[in-house]
Write a protein that binds this ligand. Structure first.
Ligand code: ADP
Ligand code: 5GP
Length: 222
């Protein structure tokens, strides 16, 4: 199952600002549309079926996987999530370009099927800013934020197979850069080598920063 159409894949460690940037990109550019993922997780208050996700049972999810109807799927924070091939076709049939908001595992699995994908990885300026943004967003318990920051660390360790990298420091600057890549076909300002170095800097911060070690000690005590 190969997909020849143009598609953008956008990933970022949780809390980086991916949703904020992507929502604006799609709102301002009607030629783009998000794929709606399938998930077997429970619907949260305020989430709409068919808009935020297609909410299906675990059995149906696994049947779709068996029938080869998923472009990619993964267990993300304990929940099954995946992109259906039907979503790409649905969006392509409208003459629009699909945007996939998937995690690093998702891109690793999907890239072999997507011949004309441009993948973009958005990075936080520092690890601490990521933690602060997760806190500021206020959607997760401390325990969940801790899981998210640890997953972020793993994603940063393995996020090298992307075409373009953007640092979301100043929101407006990051948005312009994202828009430039998706709408104008620009290359990102950051080279892969710079991105690699920035990832190393973030990982070093996780290793050495006192705020992270303090947090870890607190989480062990809980
Ligand atoms: P993600 O989808 O990557 O998990 P969100 O878009 O939900 O991240 O953003 C996490 C939080 O960070 C939100 O409260 C958002 O308003 C804030 N945020 C996003 N970009 C920036 C930025 N450049 N500077 C400061 N805060 C930001
Ligand atoms: P949520 O907060 O909605 O429970 O989880 C969001 C996380 O799930 C993000 O890391 C996002 O990239 C990931 N995600 C959402 N949909 C998919 C999908 O279809 N496939 C994969 N691999 N990850 C997904």
């Amino acid at each position: 199952m190969r997909y020849q159409g143009k598609v953008f894949v956008i990933s970022a460690p949780s809390g980086t600002g991916k949703t904020t940037l992507n929502r604006r990109l799609v709102q301002e550019n009607p030629s783009l549309e998000f794929t709606v993922s399938y998930t077997a997780r429970k619907r949260r208050d305020g989430e709409q079926d068919g808009v935020d996700y297609h909410f299906i049972s675990e059995e149906e999810f696994r049947n779709r996987v068996k029938r080869n109807e998923m472009l990619e799927w993964a267990e993300v924070f304990g929940d099954l999530k995946g992109t259906g091939v039907d979503e790409l076709k649905r969006i392509q049939n409208k003459g629009r370009v699909p945007i996939l908001e998937i995690d690093v595992q998702g891109w690793t699995n999907a890239r072999i099927y997507l011949d004309n994908a441009v993948s973009i990885f958005i990075l936080p300026p520092t690890a601490q800013s990521l933690w602060n943004r997760l806190e500021k967003r206020g959607t997760d318990t401390l325990d969940k934020r801790w899981r998210r920051i640890n997953t972020a660390k793993k994603e940063i360790e393995s996020a090298l197979h992307y075409h373009e990298f953007i640092i979301n420091n100043d929101l407006e600057t990051a948005y312009k850069e994202l828009r430039g890549i998706v709408i104008d076909g620009d290359k990102s300002q950051m080279s892969s080598e710079d991105a690699k170095q920035h990832c190393q800097k973030l990982l070093q911060e996780f290793d050495t920063a006192s705020w992270f070690h303090q947090l870890k000690a607190n989480m062990v005590q809980l």
